[in-house]
Design a protein around this ligand. Structure first.
Ligand code: GLN
Length: 544
């Protein structure tokens, strides 16, 4: 029988429920259990794929091609394993499947209602993930008390009844605010949110308290008594220098003891030595390198979550702190060549990440030109690769009006274009045109890339075949392949069908563009190879 840990949030959002959930799961995984995770998002969007990065942060992509909440990225990075579309679902998805079943007549004439039909759908989705593992940690998005969250809370309450009390546990993540004027930490908001949970029939077994200041023992005890949890079941979560420190902080407070007691898991002794080592390398590495990150969603850094984490992980494995110099691509647009040179004078590498739409593109092209001409290590991801090819065709091959159909659908030189037919990750043929709806029309998920021997990409991966994840509509146009190669651009990776997946340029220390998003397969214990090679080469060729 699988065990369930449900993680709810109280008081307010952004308390780090995802990191708390992933940390608990990681400790259990290191104790020898097979663990998986589920994130439930109470919004009505079917998936976050159509949401603006400003709205929701990064859209994460799983290997099986789902566009998910960015917490799934956290889970993968912590658990060191690939999750799937099953590990994240939204209110929209739940209702969509119930309504589809109703239309098919599956409910045999019954009135379709939130209880039991919606709650059954929620339970069956959670059980589907639980069936292959010993323990599943389920994070409920939102805050207790939100209208949207009610069906999910009711569903997990029922699930606890079904599986029995030694197989289900509730962890409530809340905030203990510090009131400066009074010099006091306050427990009242937590008490209220626990009461709210109880009102809907859920009694938490553990409180994880986010706090700026360490909680005195007396306060932990007061909280335990007021919330009716065991005294060893109030865990403090103070701000940590890195999120990867959180499982270690939890372990220091013996978090596994009450969990093992509740779920009947026996004595647990997780081996966190490798983890500990990596955390130390993140916090105090020997070396440093500075990378320019040329993006346009800089107001919300969460938009680049996986890539930022990938740079941190690469750094941990290289004993290096990767300092990010955030460069707003739109600001570069107005700059002269001298100003661009001045702007980049102190960086050792330039990174252009993925992106959509025309805004900021000319600025990114200037950054790429600078990296190419001044032999600064460059990594272009997705849009960053497409633009590297456009820059090359414009300024090296001399075709000034080279462009992407994304920015000029009628361009005479469509170096980056929309292929209208492709085979998707599940082997089905997809058709797309300029008028296709935006939801679900991208090349998404893991595709094989055949890596050419003797290239920088091969040096990085050390193998001729890798699976990396995609999220884009446009492709580099194969009709320009000869022109590119004649002028010194190497096609270092191709898909099985011959689509151009990676490029690099000759006579440059390290200039690589990849059509896929290497940051999505990256994990703390298994950092992405091409991102690591970029950081390593930036350090090697650093000028300052
Ligand atoms: N906008 C480009 C495309 O759709 C690149 C997408 C991306 O960078 N993820 O192909």
């Amino acid at each position: 029988m699988s065990k369930y840990i449900f993680v709810t949030g109280g008081v307010l959002s952004s308390l780090g429920k995802g990191i708390t959930s992933a940390s608990i799961a990681t400790l259990l995984q290191h104790s020898g259990f097979k663990v998986s995770m589920v994130k439930i998002d109470p919004y009505i969007n079917v998936d976050p794929g159509t949401m603006s990065p400003f709205e929701h942060g990064e859209v994460f992509v799983t290997e099986d091609g789902a566009e998910t909440d960015l917490d799934i990225g956290n889970y993968e990075r912590f658990l060191n394993k690939n999750l799937s579309k099953k590990n994240n679902f939204t209110t929209g998805q739940v209702y969509l499947s119930v309504i589809e079943k109703e239309r098919r007549g599956d409910y045999l004439g019954k009135t379709v209602q939130i209880i039991p039909h919606i709650t059954d759908e929620i339970k069956s989705r959670i059980k589907e993930v639980a069936k292959d593992v010993d323990i599943v940690v389920v994070e409920l998005g939102g805050t207790v008390g939100d209208i949207e969250g009610l069906p999910f809370l009711e569903a997990v309450r029922q699930l606890k009844q079904e599986v029995g009390s030694s197989n289900a546990m509730f962890v409530h993540v809340t905030l203990i605010p510090y009131i400066k004027a009074a010099g006091e930490l306050k427990t009242k908001p937590t008490q209220h949110s626990v009461q709210e949970l109880r009102r809907i029939g859920i009694t938490p077994h553990m409180i994880v308290a986010r706090t700026e200041k360490p909680l005195p023992k007396s306060l932990k005890e007061k909280l335990a008594d007021a919330c009716d949890v065991d005294r060893d079941s109030v865990i403090e979560a103070v701000d940590a220098p890195t999120v990867y420190q959180v499982p270690l902080n939890f372990l220091n407070q013996d978090i596994l003891k009450p969990i093992a007691r509740k779920l009947d898991l026996g004595e647990l002794h997780p081996d966190m030595s490798e983890w500990n080592y990596l955390v130390k390398k993140i916090i105090s590495p020997q070396k440093e390198v500075k990378i320019a990150f040329v993006g346009k969603y800089l107001k919300l850094k969460e938009s680049y979550k996986s890539l930022i984490e990938a740079l941190i992980h690469a750094g941990a494995h290289l004993d290096m702190k990767v300092n990010i110099d955030w460069v707003d691509s739109e600001e570069l647009e107005k700059m002269s060549e001298e100003e661009i040179a001045e702007r980049f004078s102190e960086v050792s590498g330039i990174l252009v990440p993925g992106g959509f739409g025309e805004r900021g593109v000319e600025g990114k092209l200037k950054a790429i030109k600078y990296a190419r001409e001044n032999k600064i290590p460059y990594l272009g991801i997705c849009l960053g690769m497409q633009l590297a090819v456009i820059e090359f065709v414009r300024n090296v091959c001399g075709i000034e009006n080279a462009n992407s159909q994304e920015f000029d659908p009628d361009t005479k030189e469509p170096v980056v274009y929309l292929i209208d037919e492709f085979i998707d990750a599940s082997g089905e043929k997809q058709i797309r045109t300029h008028t296709s709806p935006l939801g679900g029309t991208m090349r998404l998920g893991g595709y094989e890339c055949l890596v050419k021997e003797g290239t920088k990409l091969y040096d990085a991966y050390k193998t001729d075949k890798v699976i990396e994840r995609h999220r884009h509509r446009y492709e580099v146009n194969g009709a320009y392949e000869d022109l590119l190669e004649k002028n010194g651009m190497i096609i270092s990776g191709k898909s099985k069908e011959g689509l151009i997946e990676a490029v690099e340029i000759k006579n440059h220390p390290w200039f690589v563009g990849v059509q896929f998003h290497p940051e999505f397969s990256n994990k703390l214990r298994n950092p992405n190879k091409v991102i690591m090679a970029f950081v390593e080469n930036a350090y090697k060729y650093r000028k300052c």
